[in-house]
Design a protein around this ligand. Sequence first.
Ligand code: FAD
Length: 605
Amino acid sequence: MAVIDIHVPDIGDFQEVAVIEVLVKPGDTVRAEQSLVTVESDKASMEIPSSHAGVVKELKVRLGDKVSEGAVLLTLEASDAAPAPAPASEQKPAPAQAAPAAPAIKMEASSYGGTADLDCDVLVLGGGPGGYSAAFRAADLGLKVVIVERYATLGGVCLNVGCIPSKALLHVAAVIDEARHLADAGVVFGDPSIDIAKLRAHKEKVVGKLTGGLAAMAKMRKVAVVRGHGGFIGANHVEVEETTGSGQEKTGTKKVVAFKRAVIAAGSQAVHLPFLPDDPRVVDSTGALALAEVPRRMLILGGGIIGLEMGTVYSTLGARLDVVEMLDGLMQGADRDLVRVWQKMNAPRFDNIMLKTKTTSAVAMKEGILVHFEGEQAPKEPQLYDLVLQAAGRTPNGRRIGADRAGVAVTERGFIDVDIQMRTNVPHIFAIGDVVGQPMLAHKAVHEGHVAAEVIAGELTGDKALAASAFEARVIPSVAYTDPEVAWVGLTEEQAKAQGIQVKKGLFPWSASGRAIANGRDEGFTKLLFDDSPEAHGHGRILGGGIVGTHAGDMVGEIALAIEMGADAVDIGATIHPHPTLGESLGMAAEVAHGSCTDVPPQRK
Ligand code: FAD
């Protein structure tokens, strides 16, 4: 048997991607096409499959390594020297975003010959932002719709245990911090007294208002909501096992729903690291949002947006923070100049920022959770924490819905590949949201949900315009709702550099913004990147942009619109923005790129 090297295949436009998961170890027997490692760029994660069947001899990469096309991932004792023919869709790792054509995988579906308790045009599996948006749009287009949701309320992760409760708490934290800053302006409020039960109730009220609103809107549209855990039992049937209470307790009662079309919107859940003890002091984001108490010392495991947002809340409430991250920087994906501003402002919250470091083990002790680290910035001694937040990413729910019984192909990691119409390999079954890939964001899920609903409505009613609907967003904005906020969209400077794209940068420092200075928050900046290739002849369109500062997330949508509309620096700079606003900084950044800004020192020619 030959020992062969398994290389990183063509990774499209990316120069380097980070290894975020190693799925095999020496001695493992692997099938041809079995996923070996997961790599992540700032845009997408992708699995790299084995070209051969065999036994893994030696791993050549570790978690956190950055790899490029051609790098050796591992050596394999191949049981068959000829590479297995991979299905067309898997020949190169496709970004986990909508692919241009429906995945051409044919799988046998189970056949269900029984009766159905309910039937509908469209069954939507999962009532999160993707699911309810698809369902409501389909109902608005005249279809009979059923949503299957295992929890008591609609809204999924985002409304119940994600975007909304985290922002309710972040708002409170921001007001506390703002009040503290006012001491510099001569207004002293004194230390806040925090009633944690009341704060919890406030957050729950916010969530309740939104989820209650969704239930009412489902009724208004005559969308039936069937409560229970749904799983496919055939290509046109889902069986729903009723659930009750606030969780997912099953009652044993089952219903079968027949559908003409289905939309899988089953979302994702937090990755749980196997070496962490089962202890109430070790939580995921849902546990952290429960806000049981404020710890003295908290470890955030994973330096991504979710962990840093929750850390912001806990630190403002009184916790000291440590963060551990395998990669070489926090908030991966954003340009480092944006992150540096956030990091400088937030340094006082942290005792230790441990980069290029991993957590190797943790033990539950009476006094706390004792955590051991390994890596470049690991402390010499294990550290004791009152709370450990695991924020090491989210995993899709594609493997938990009996997809194979409908013939729907699911990747090893649980993602479902779709085309730009959100269609899976089974033509009448669609998938949207977190379960189809990165970025796992609510606004992406909502837009994908609308596309799926329109395509379905077009097909069922013969409306050709609707049937041609497609997910064609050029860009999807990202926001860290930290303090200051960090928001970016489209091409980043680092990507431009890596991909050899010539850009002209317009950077407007908020130290020149009247509004930012008046607010006492002028640490931020707004930057826009325009195409500066010779073909652009000095009138290049905007390709990307980033903002760091208060309310950055509320402003980044304008950059996304400018990119979608193909605006150039004159279009943005000549658009009259109201004064004095933070939004004005977008117009001024464009003027800086154009050379016509009079609010900054004269630019050298
Ligand atoms: P989900 O919201 O995960 O919904 C899926 C639904 O399907 C769930 O309700 C689930 O119960 C149900 N379901 C799954 N399987 C079954 C089954 N077999 N039967 C019945 N029901 C089933 N995104 C942003 O854009 N902005 C943010 O600020 C933001 N903040 C976040 C903060 C936190 C702490 C977290 C965890 C996430 C955050 N996100 C944010 C991400 C966002 O929540 C998700 O991208 C979004 O919820 C995905 O929507 P979805 O419809 O794909 O799936």
